[in-house]
Write a protein that binds this ligand. Sequence first.
Ligand SMILES: *[C@@H]1O[C@H](CO)[C@@H](O)[C@H](O)[C@H]1NC(C)=O
Ligand SMILES: *[C@@H]1O[C@H](CO)[C@@H](O)[C@H](O)[C@H]1NC(C)=O
Ligand SMILES: *[C@@H]1O[C@H](CO)[C@@H](O)[C@H](O)[C@H]1NC(C)=O
Length: 442
Amino acid sequence: MLLSQTLCLCLALALSYAAPTIHDVMMSDHDHDHHEDQVHHNANPDRCDGIEFDAIAPDEKGHTFFFKGDHLWNGFNGPAQVSSAFFRELDDYHHLGHVDAAFRMHNSEENGKHDHIYFFLDDKVFSYYNHSLEEGYPKDIQLDFPGVPSHLDAAVECPKGECNSDSVLFFKGEEVYNYDIATQLVKERQWAHLPNCTSAFRWLEQYYCFHGHNFTRFHPVSGEVNGVYPKDSRHYFMRCPNFGHGGEAKVPKCSEVTLDAITSDDSGKTYAFTGHNYMRLDTHRDGKHTFPIARTWKEVTNGVDAVFSYSDKIYIIKGDQVYIYKSAAPSTLIEGYPKSLNEELGIEGPVNAAFVCKDHHIVHIIQGQMMKDIDLSATPRVVAREASLPISGIEAGMCGPDGVKLYVGSEYYHYESPGVLALSRMLQEPKNVTPDMMGCVE
Ligand SMILES: *[C@@H]1O[C@H](CO)[C@@H](O)[C@H](O)[C@H]1NC(C)=O
Ligand SMILES: *[C@@H]1O[C@H](CO)[C@@H](O)[C@H](O)[C@H]1NC(C)=O
Ligand SMILES: *[C@@H]1O[C@H](CO)[C@@H](O)[C@H](O)[C@H]1NC(C)=O
């Protein structure tokens, strides 16, 4: 799983929209804020020159900020901007010239610190919420984080499940301080094999130590490094000419979105499929990201027609074939598959869309304007009910907690349930796909 995620990371950045948020994209093309240089004497640094970052941290919306001196980059794409344009009060301490470390607090709703960003400068800590400095800050680091030293090099959040408890890892020289958020206990470690990190970043459940223009992925509990590191950050965490595969993939406009399929599994992972790529839609805290389908579902090399999730498995339909994978990572194809649609579900292809509602056993198969219901708990599988729908051209469909959504191009139709859909005779007004839903731009 670790390895495949590294590959994904690389390919995600190389092949598709590396700039995962709308904000990134809007910033990338237009504004080179030259006027800023009149106030700040540092010329805008270029991260493609191979620089060492002071700190890296995401905000509550999944925008990732890379800090260097008094500048930052917002996202994986775009030019440097003055940090105080985003975090205003940092300018009052401008003489400090940089931040030492930063991280986003996670999972601490009970103490009111959910999704706050902390910055560390010398012996002070700044807490930001919604890009505003909170009252009482800056304060001495040890008032908030007893046992954690001043003049840090790096910091990164580590939620329970990935660390033993909700923690923050602080780095200073060769020392690593594992700070338990609830108990405020600090465990000091030396990970001598790990380079001294000047910034650290958690991204899509993986941990990265940045040093020079390189990074090394490590295990947050053991510090273990698996795989070939260091790697050059410019291939992975930013877009630079002559690095990575250099593709200038664009984030689509919402009005140009077309889906082949969409599904959400029992663990809440939500995937949208288009062409040879898929996008995770449930990772908003880290931005939305696109990966090649075949990176996760190896045998599916030519796109999909329909995808649905049922009982810890994901069913991928292409032509007259069905591939069934275990949902848990790494996705493995169940032995004996792909099989023909006829053998598996008792129907002929092609299929336009398919969905199962949570805890139900019926797969609703859309073919043209027909919806065919097949009971997955019965053998042999046969079409138990058919309904003619008022909508034509359905390309993808999903059943979620708020009902059924059927996608036609960049529009979708929303029904309370498959039952309501089956009985509907009138064509309702479609709604437009939004940036929040698909990571597209208006
Ligand atoms: C965040 O800040 C913006 C602009 O300053 C404001 O409009 C918005 O209401 C704030 N949101 C929250 C949750 O405080
Ligand atoms: C790492 O930090 C320690 C303590 O500051 C320092 O002695 C050591 O030289 C550093 N190592 C490297 C490779 O920079
Ligand atoms: C970066 O990594 C490469 C090996 O991949 C190494 O040769 C180089 O010295 C490293 N540079 C820095 C600044 O860490």
